[in-house]
Design a protein around this ligand. Structure first.
Ligand code: GRF
Length: 198
């Protein structure tokens, strides 16, 4: 895409605070992710704090709630919303639901996630707590392609962060989050380059 001169349209999925979404959107706006634009922010929760922040920046937001539907039905509506906004690359940023195989298939190779550990270590919930309990001296964050496994798809980029004596989940999470905000934009840039040279 980058090489073909096409702009890669990003669809960012959130469920909560949305700090990674904002960091990524800011990086795009400031030209730090070449050949990209943010097409839409989708949240599965109407009360996601990130939604307001996105609106303040003039970003297009859509809420697609689960409303008791099956995962497949919910994902179908998200996929339709992404297509409506002509999204090329889907970026999960604190999106707290597992995606259906149907969704993964529809966007295969075009879904990224950021996770606050050095995968394959500590996938799933509470990765900071897992890292502290394991007594590791280093943790970090990972951007990976999403496949049908939980946090198990091919790794695109990682950044290492020290675990310090006396760290709590909160202090470790804050140190890692600072790096997440830089890593996601860099990784998206790398993927856009790869998609462009296909
Ligand atoms: C981040 O730590 C991200 O890696 C993980 O969930 C957290 C979301 O934070 N998947 P935010 O919503 O981006 O602030």
């Amino acid at each position: 895409m980058a090489n073909s001169g096409k702009i890669c349209r990003l669809g960012i999925l959130i469920s909560g605070r949305g700090s990674n979404m904002l960091a990524l959107a800011d990086a795009v706006r400031e030209g730090r992710v070449p050949s990209a634009e943010v097409a839409v922010i989708i949240s599965d929760r109407a009360d996601a704090v990130g939604l307001e922040r996105a609106k303040e920046r003039g970003l297009q937001t859509v809420v697609v709630e689960r409303r008791g539907r099956s995962r497949e039905e919910h994902d179908r509506e998200i996929a339709a919303t992404l297509r409506e906004h002509q999204v090329d690359l889907v970026c999960l940023a604190g999106y707290m639901r597992l995606l259906s195989p149907e969704f993964v298939n529809a966007f295969r190779g075009r879904i990224l996630n950021i996770h606050p550990s050095l995968l394959p270590d500590f996938p799933g919930l509470h990765p900071h707590q897992q890292a502290l309990q394991a007594g590791v001296e280093e943790s970090g964050c990972t951007v990976h392609l999403v496949d049908e496994t939980l946090d198990g798809g091919p790794i695109i980029a990682q950044r290492r962060v020290p675990v310090l004596v006396g760290d709590t989940e909160e202090t470790l999470a804050a140190r890692i989050l600072e790096q997440e905000h830089k890593l996601y934009a860099e990784a998206v840039g790398m993927v856009i380059n790869q998609l462009g040279s296909r």
